[in-house]
Write a protein that binds this ligand. Structure first.
Ligand code: PLP
Length: 453
């Protein structure tokens, strides 16, 4: 057992390839369907929206995909990211288990989002694109993309979910500092936004609405493409750098995780850390549990339905086979803005359906409580989203102690909370309500969707 609490990799131990789980999935994901014809779409149907190299990655079944040098050079400015063993937290809990976390907050964006932002901006630049449009929830993705676009000489227009735009003005200023334009969504710039505003001028917005707005702008101009911060296969591919590093880091200890945990918005940080470990299970038979943790107020994995649905609220995206609460669902204004998405990535959805991963929903107050306990012991103030992973890690340790066993627990600390201070303030003021979506609300949210299962 290493004496140090920090497990590092050297630069030349860094993975040079991303891992594509599509190569090893026992049941391949169902194809995306065209929104109008409901026939499977081909790569050319996505060409108005994404650059070809990312479309190829989206449908690829190659097991490994090389990380381009220009992307790797930027990765090297903040990767490999450390794994820490949370010894102080273990002591405070009084647990016999060992708790490790991979810290993805120590880069310019403050979250794992930089890992795919850099790759996506690079491939767009290579194909001569001049401008990108995107959505952002809490603002981590918008910030990550702003710097990446500036670095590769692209303009960026960000539609930021209104509730976060109002509550987190710091993120907009950060995006502006990198040279990006950031507008609250729903906005008057698009037909999709105007339609929502007509029905509800005070709409808090949602990621689904912001995606519709960003796509609407992108399809109008051949030099503008759209970019998504989570959910899609190519995004998840880029995030596997996290788990590839984590595997190599855990090899430097005498430990191997019994369970790997990630919070869940659209699936990118969870899949990023979990999929390389899942490969070890599928291909090499190394037993492990993989757990995605979502908010009880937006429980697509635990209460949603597996069916075809749109990724956005206006119905511009292809129909995707996934766990969903319905594309019209507008989640409660919880503080983990990055977890307020109605659907789940296709790869995670298929793997959950087939029983290879687990999902769990948690209430926000308990998660903040866990986050504050973590910060007192480890010194890092987590992003509200990451608190869900921490709370589930504490659950696992407590459960093991009750059973009289000792487990090795690894979770992804997806980001820091330095831009989310107001959420912590509300927590300390006792002003952070718990909210759980009821079964009836789920049925209502899904009513009227007649897509194939
Ligand atoms: C965006 C975000 C999430 C949720 O998105 P995933 O794609 O599910 O990872 C979680 N944590 C942080 C810090 C984020 O920025």
């Amino acid at each position: 057992m290493t004496k140090s609490t920090k497990i590092l990799l050297s630069e030349n131990e860094m993975p040079r390839q991303w891992y594509n789980i599509q190569a090893d999935m026992p049941n391949k994901p169902l194809p995306p369907l065209h929104p109008a014809t409901r026939k499977p779409i081909g790569p050319e149907d996505l060409a108005a929206v994404f650059p070809m190299e990312l479309i190829k990655q989206e449908v690829s079944t190659e097991r490994y995909i090389d990380i381009p040098d220009e992307v790797f050079d930027l990765y090297k400015t903040y990767r490999p990211s450390p794994i820490y063993r949370a010894i102080a937290l273990e002591k405070d809990l009084g647990t016999k288990s060992r708790i490790y976390y991979k810290y993805e907050g120590a880069n310019y964006s403050g979250s794992h989002k930089a890992n795919t932002a850099i790759a996506q901006a690079y491939y767009n630049m290579k194909e001569g694109i001049k401008r990108i449009t995107t959505e952002t929830g809490a603002g981590q993705w918008g910030s990550a993309m702003s710097f990446a676009c500036h670095h590769f000489g692209l303009e960026l227009l960000v539609f930021m979910v209104r509730v976060s735009f109002d509550g987190k003005p710091g993120r907009k200023i950060m995006m502006n500092s990198y040279g990006a334009q950031c507008v609250p969504s729903p906005s008057n710039m698009t037909a999709a936004g105007r339609k929502i505003l007509e029905a509800d001028p005070d709409s808090p917005g949602s990621l689904g609405i912001a995606i519709s707005e960003a796509m609407e702008i992108a399809v109008q101009d051949p030099y503008t493409k759209y970019s998504l911060g989570s959910v899609l296969n190519h995004v998840i591919l880029h995030q596997t750098i996290i788990g590839e590093e984590a595997l190599r880091q855990m090899e430097k200890t005498d430990d191997y995780p019994d369970v790997v945990i990630g919070c869940f918005g659209g699936g990118s940080n969870f899949s990023g850390i979990a999929f390389p470990f899942l490969r070890e299970k599928l291909v090499n038979g190394r037993d492990i549990r993989l757990m995605a943790v979502e908010p009880a107020s937006c429980p697509k994995l635990t209460k949603g339905k597996f069916m075809y649905d749109f990724g956005d609220s206006a119905g511009m995206t292809p129909l995707l086979p996934m766990y969903t609460l319905g594309h019209n669902f507008i989640p409660e204004k919880i503080h983990a803005g990055g977890l307020r998405y109605h659907g789940a990535g296709v790869l995670v959805s298929q793997l959950l359906k087939d029983g290879f991963i687990e999902a769990k929903a948690k209430m926000q107050r308990e998660c903040f409580e866990a986050g504050v306990m973590f910060t007192k012991n480890e010194g890092i103030l987590p992003a509200p989203e990451s608190n869900y992973a921490i709370a589930a890690a504490l659950d696992e340790a407590r459960k093991a102690d009750l059973e009289g066993v000792s487990k090795t627990i690894l979770f992804n600390l997806s980001g820091h909370g330095h831009m989310d201070i107001s959420a912590y303030q509300k927590y300390y003021e006792g002003n952070l309500p718990d909210h759980e979506l009821t079964d009836n609300e789920v049925i209502e949210a899904l009513a009227g969707l007649d897509f194939p299962d």
